[in-house]
Design a protein around this ligand. Structure first.
Ligand code: ADP
Length: 269
C-alpha cells in the first residue's frame, strides 16, 4: 500500500511538471515547425532542380518530421498530466465506448492483428469521462501492437464482477464492490518479471528512444485511480499480456450524450 501511495504522490508531482513543460514546449515546437516548413517550401520554389537546394530542402523536412514526433511526445505528456486531474464525470456505458473507438483501434493495430470484442449484455455503466476511457483503450492497443510485431490477436472483453474482501486483500488498491471490468488481451511478447513490476511507473519503458515514453500505462493508472477503480496486469513471457481495468458500477442511468465525444489521438503507449 505504501508503495502505491508513494507512486501516486510521485505521479501527481510528475504530472504537474510534465503538463507545464509540455504545454510551453508545444507552443515552441509549433513555431519551429512552422518556420522550417515555410523554409522548405521557399527552397523548393526558389531552385527546384539544384542538388544543393534539394539537400537543404530534405534537411528542413527532417526538422519538420522530428518536430512532429516531438509534438506527439508532448501530447502524451499532456495526457499523462491530465490523467488524474478532476473532470466532470458522467454516466458512461463502457460497451458503447469500446464500440465507438473500435475503428480507430483497428487502424492503430494494422492488418496483421485481429481485433475481437466480447461485450457483456449487462449494463456496463460507470461514472467516468468518455475521452479518458477511450484513452485507456488507445494506449492499450498501442502497447499490444508493439508487443505483436509479427501479428496476432487483440481481444477486448467487458463484464460485471464483484470484488470481495479476499480479492481486495490480495490486490493493493482494490476495494470490495461491484465493477465493470474491461480486459484487453494480446498474444504478444509478454513481460519479464522486472517489467511487470515496473510497468505502471511513469517513464519506465523497454522501448528504444523515440518509440517509448513510458507514459502509456502510467496514464492509465492515473485515470483509473481517479475514477475510483483498479488496474491489474497479467503477463507471461512469450505468451501475451492481459490488462484488466475495474471501474465501479454506477446505479445511475445512462446519459444519452454519454459516448459521443471525439476519440483521442493514437500514439500514446
Ligand atoms: P511505453 O509503451 O511507452 O514503453 P508504457 O507505460 O505503456 O510505456 O509501457 C511500459 C512498458 O511495459 C513497455 O515499455 C513494455 O516493456 C511493457 N508493456 C506494456 N504493455 C505491454 C504489452 N501489451 N505486452 C508486452 N509488454 C508490454
Amino acid at each position: 500500500l505504501q508503495r502505491r501511495l508513494r507512486q501516486s504522490e510521485r505521479l501527481e508531482s510528475l504530472g504537474q511538471l510534465a503538463g507545464g513543460i509540455a504545454h510551453d514546449f508545444n507552443n515552441l515546437l509549433g513555431i519551429i515547425n512552422g518556420y522550417a516548413g515555410m523554409c522548405a517550401t521557399d527552397v523548393e520554389e526558389l531552385a527546384p532542380d539544384e542538388p544543393e537546394w534539394r539537400r537543404l530542402r530534405a534537411d528542413l523536412l527532417e526538422i519538420v518530421a522530428a518536430g512532429d514526433r516531438a509534438a506527439g511526445l508532448t501530447r502524451q505528456l499532456l495526457a499523462f498530466a491530465r490523467a488524474d486531474s478532476v473532470v466532470e464525470l458522467r454516466v458512461v456505458d463502457v460497451n458503447a465506448v469500446v464500440t465507438d473507438v473500435e475503428r480507430l483501434l483497428r487502424r492503430t493495430l494494422g492488418e496483421d492483428i485481429a481485433l475481437r470484442t466480447n461485450l457483456t449484455g449487462d449494463p456496463a455503466l460507470v461514472k467516468g469521462d468518455v475521452g479518458r476511457l477511450e484513452q485507456i483503450l488507445v494506449n492499450l492497443a498501442v502497447n499490444a501492437r508493439d508487443a505483436m510485431p509479427q501479428g496476432g490477436a487483440l481481444t477486448i472483453d467487458t463484464d460485471v464482477v464483484a470484488v470481495d474482501d479476499h480479492y481486495a486483500a490480495q490486490h493493493p488498491g482494490a476495494r470490495p464492490g461491484r465493477y465493470v471490468r474491461l480486459r484487453v488481451s494480446d498474444t504478444g511478447a509478454g513481460m519479464s518479471r522486472e517489467t511487470l513490476e515496473r510497468a505502471f511507473e511513469p517513464f519506465f519503458t523497454t522501448k528504444p528512444v523515440g518509440q517509448g515514453t513510458g507514459l502509456g500505462l502510467a496514464t492509465i493508472y492515473g485515470i483509473v485511480t481517479q475514477l475510483g477503480g483498479h488496474a491489474q496486469i497479467y503477463s507471461e513471457l512469450g505468451h501475451g499480456t492481459t490488462v484488466g481495468v475495474l471501474l465501479p458500477v454506477t446505479e445511475e442511468t445512462a446519459d444519452a450524450a454519454g459516448a459521443a465525444a471525439a476519440p483521442p489521438e493514437p500514439g500514446a503507449g
